[in-house]
Every structure is written in structure tokens, then in C-alpha cells.
Unconditional design. Structure first.
Length: 377
């Protein structure tokens, strides 16, 4: 299925082999073989994956064990050339496909024949609630529509996502306690950074501080091995400062989180498709890396982080977008633009996030059997 600007292989948990349901190690081996990893050639030629961070994904969905939820959703980011599956975070883009998949699999009760079905999703990786609003026509999910997403060639039906309390009130929205920190990275430099946990743990730095304009496309960064190594080093030190790891070595097998992103004030830019975007059409630029590569658009969970950070005065994201109180921003990314919003309140000096919202779309591309060697696990 495609969900937003990502693509993944979806499974009903009940249909997985019994061994994979009961043994996480065997489950991971199965998912890796299906996707085609680990592949030393980085092509995933012998599997379903697309050899990018946006397409090397497996999703497990089943009836929810959590009260007031329809389904449990497990997200698996499968490393392309390394032997591990990262389940430390979520995929916001593919969250939009979980609702339609769950309805098709009969995992949602009381689905209306026509209208909008709210699928209540328990994101089991991060233990958060996502509400997925799916349009129904004559008892079927409406996939085709006129809603365009920058980064997807064809229009589809809009799906609204609400990330309810993306940061629990008992958790720290800013794990260091600061809106802006000085992030010291030995051998590279010290940078102003905003580190936030909404959506997915993310470290934002200023584009200008690391030698960029904020209008970069994938080719500007992904072909530069030295730049990618610097970004990974910055990300590792951010993970350490955020308390996500206790030793830098741990970052090697925790590639999905945190994300590293850089921001800049609005300016004219040209997207990867050649479309011209004017500065007055956006509030800021954001570029983010996923699995050690610049993303072709923007990760859905990072979009949540962007929306929340932009709506809190004093963060680097907020400052790049002009500062002040906000309820939503439109940001530029390599494929175009995206609008995200958040409902935030402040109680006893602490910021609390009621919800973050964005729109995506999703489509079933194929269904059937996938074959794996008998000795996979």
C-alpha cells in the first residue's frame, strides 16, 4: 500500500505464520526476507522493498487489545543493507493507510456504508492514539479523489489524521528542558538545536549553521558521503543529549530515531519535479534525513514534530517561520509544500499538545501472496 509519500507491505497479524506471531526474532527475519534485506548491494532486488527509507517498511495490523481502539498498529522500519529492524518509532505517512487496510480486513466494527469512518488506531511502537478519517462510499473505502500530495504523482481521496496527545502530559516535550540547546558535536562544531519528541524524536538545527540554504534537494546531499557522515554524527550526539541512547555506539542500530532536520526562513525554490514555489507561499523551509538519507519529501511523524515546534514561540522552527503565536504552518520540502497544525496549551509553565493534524491519502496497490524461502526462520 501507499500511504502519503511512503510505501510498505501490510500484514494482518492473524495471518502471519504462528512462529512469527510468537517469536519477535523470527518475525523480524520474515519481514526482512519479504522486503529483501539485508542487501549488501542496497537494492533489495530479491524482495518487495524499494531500496529507500520511504519504501523499506513493513506494517502489522490486528484487532486492538487497548480499550476504545479498533486496531493495534506496529511499524517496522527495515534496514536496507544492515541486519536489523527498527521499531523505535512510527511512520506518519503510512498511518494514513492503516485505516483503509483495517476496514478492508474487517478489523473495524460499525463501518458506515456512506460517510466518514473514524478508525481509532493504537500505535503500539510509541503507545499513542491516531484517529484516521476514511471516506466510505457504498460500503467501500473511497480511494480515488482530487487531493494532491507533493511527492505523489496521482491524486487520491484525502484522509485526515489526528495524532491525539502525541506527547503524553507525563512525558517531556523537550527532553532537555529547553526550547533551544547548544549541541556540541566533537570534530564538527557546536550548533543551536531544538530537540522535541512530538510525533517522533527530532533534532532541528539551522540550515545556515551547517552550510546549507534549506532549499536543497536529494541530489545535493545524498551524493555527498562526507555530508551524510556529518549528519549521522550530529544525529548520534543529539540522541545522546535527548536521552534516547546511553552510548554513541547504540545509534548504529537506532537509525529510525531521532530524526535530524534543518530549517530556514522562506525563500523561492524549485522542487524536485521542477515546480517553482515562491517565498510567500510558505512559512519556512524544512529538510529532514531518514535512515541516513535526505527524504524525498517529508516524513509524516517529522511533520508532526514540525507542526508542534512551529506553534511554540522560541523554538528554531518557530523562529524560522517568523516567530510568534501560530496554530499551523505551511513548510517547503524537496517535493513541494505541506500544511501541518497543532493544538497546544500551556499549564503550570509546561506546554501540552492536545493534538496535531495533517492530511494524507492512501491506496491499495496490490494484494496476494508473497513467497519466502523455507529456511527464512
Amino acid at each position: 500500500m501507499r500511504g502519503g509519500t511512503s510505501k510498505g507491505t501490510f500484514f494482518n497479524i492473524a495471518e502471519l505464520p504462528k512462529e512469527a506471531q510468537e517469536n519477535p526474532a523470527k518475525r523480524d527475519k520474515l519481514l526482512q526476507r519479504i522486503v529483501g534485506s539485508p542487501d549488501v548491494y542496497k537494492q533489495q532486488m530479491d524482495g518487495m522493498g524499494g531500496a529507500t527509507s520511504s519504501t523499506s517498511k513493513a506494517i502489522l495490523v490486528g484487532k486492538s487489545s487497548v480499550a476504545n481502539h479498533d486496531v493495534d498498529y506496529y511499524f517496522c522500519q527495515v534496514a536496507i543493507d544492515k541486519d536489523f529492524v527498527d521499531m523505535s518509532g512510527n511512520c506518519g505517512n503510512l498511518s494514513s493507510a492503516v485505516g483503509p487496510f483495517a476496514i478492508k480486513e474487517g478489523l473495524v466494527d460499525n463501518v458506515p456504508q456512506n460517510g466518514v469512518c473514524c478508525v481509532r488506531i493504537w500505535q503500539a511502537n510509541i503507545k499513542k492514539t491516531i484517529l484516521c478519517y476514511v471516506t466510505m462510499v457504498d460500503g467501500m473505502v473511497k480511494e480515488i479523489g482530487d487531493y494532491y500530495i507533493d511527492g505523489v504523482a496521482f491524486p487520491a481521496q484525502e484522509i485526515v489524521l489526528e495524532f491525539a496527545e502525541p506527547v503524553d502530559p507525563s512525558e517531556e516535550l523537550f527532553p532537555t528542558g529547553n526550547l533551544i540547546d547548544d549541541l556540541e558535536v566533537p570534530g564538527i562544531g557546536t550548533f543551536k538545536a531544538t530537540m522535541i519528541t512530538a510525533g517522533i524524536p527530532t533534532c532541528f538545527v539551522n540550515a545556515s549553521d551547517i552550510g546549507y540554504s534549506g532549499t536543497e534537494l536529494q541530489g545535493d546531499i545524498n551524493s555527498d558521503t562526507e555530508a551524510l557522515a556529518r549528519f549521522e554524527t550530529i544525529r548520534a550526539y543529539a540522541a545522546l543529549k535527548m536521552g534516547l541512547i546511553s552510548d554513541l555506539k547504540e545509534a548504529e542500530t537506532r537509525q529510525h530515531t531521532p530524526k535530524i532536520a534543518f530549517v530556514a526562513p522562506p525563500s523561492d525554490f524549485t522542487t524536485s519535479s521542477g515546480k517553482e514555489v515562491k517565498a510567500n507561499e510558505i512559512d519556512l523551509h524544512v529538510r529532514a534525513l531518514s535512515m541516513q538519507k535526505l527524504h524525498h519529501a517529508m516524513m509524516g511523524t517529522a511533520s508532526v514534530a514540525i507542526g508542534v515546534a512551529a506553534c511554540i514561540p522560541g523554538t528554531l522552527v518557530n523562529i524560522a517561520s517568523g516567530g510568534g503565536e501560530k496554530s499551523a504552518v505551511e513548510f517547503g520540502h524537496p517535493s513541494g509544500t505541506l500544511k501541518v497544525g497543532a493544538v497546544i496549551k500551556k499549564e503550570n509553565g509546561k506546554y501540552l499538545v492536545d493534538k496535531a493534524t495533517m492530511s494524507r491519502s492512501a491506496r491499495i496497490i496490490m494484494e496476494g501472496d508473497v513467497f519466502v524461502p523455507a529456511d527464512t526462520f
